[in-house]
Design a protein around this ligand. Structure first.
Ligand code: FES
Ligand code: FES
Length: 155
């Protein structure tokens, strides 16, 4: 049996009928067509599916759709302003070469953004700790850390 939930995604409100066992990542990608959120392991191990839910970074493959009822979700699409201006953290990832294949990037950027929302000037250790659940096979992580540090130096 399906149930009705309400989600606010990137400022837009959606009312949906979902299976109680459906996962937030699948609702975003398949029901809403918001595909910037990537699905990697599907088991909470890689961080590719990270979104910000009510201010907290969460693995959207571990969130059942009913658990997201009434919540406000920020995906990578919502970081960019409505007139197409990238968030400073997105700019910094590009400038520092912190994006290679890009598969980890939406989740990595949102994890970094969630950290910066609560800590404007994180140390390198705090950044590494925050992104420890996000796997990247390409960059070796240093460029990602440098990108986050670079944003904090401008604020
Ligand atoms: S797809 Fe969710 S943590 Fe890997
Ligand atoms: S840029 Fe390829 S997995 Fe991170």
């Amino acid at each position: 049996m399906k149930m009705q939930i309400t989600l606010t995604v990137n400022g837009d409100k959606y009312e949906l009928l979902v299976s109680p066992l459906s996962k937030l990542v699948d609702v975003l990608r398949e029901e809403l067509g918001i595909t910037g959120t990537k699905k990697g392991c599907g088991e909470g191990e890689c961080g590719a599916c990270t979104v910000i839910m009510d201010g907290q970074p969460v693995s959207s493959c571990l969130v059942l759709a009913p658990q997201a009822d009434g919540k406000s979700i920020l995906t990578i699409e919502g970081l960019e302003s409505r007139d197409g201006i990238l968030d400073p953290i997105q700019e910094s990832f590009m400038k520092k070469g912190a994006i290679q294949c890009g598969y980890c990037s939406p989740g990595m950027i949102l994890t970094a953004k969630a950290l910066l929302l609560v800590n404007e000037h994180p140390s390198e250790d705090e950044i590494r700790n925050a992104i420890s659940g996000n796997l990247c096979r390409c960059t070796g992580y240093q460029k990602i850390v440098d990108a986050v540090l670079d944003v904090t130096e401008k604020e």
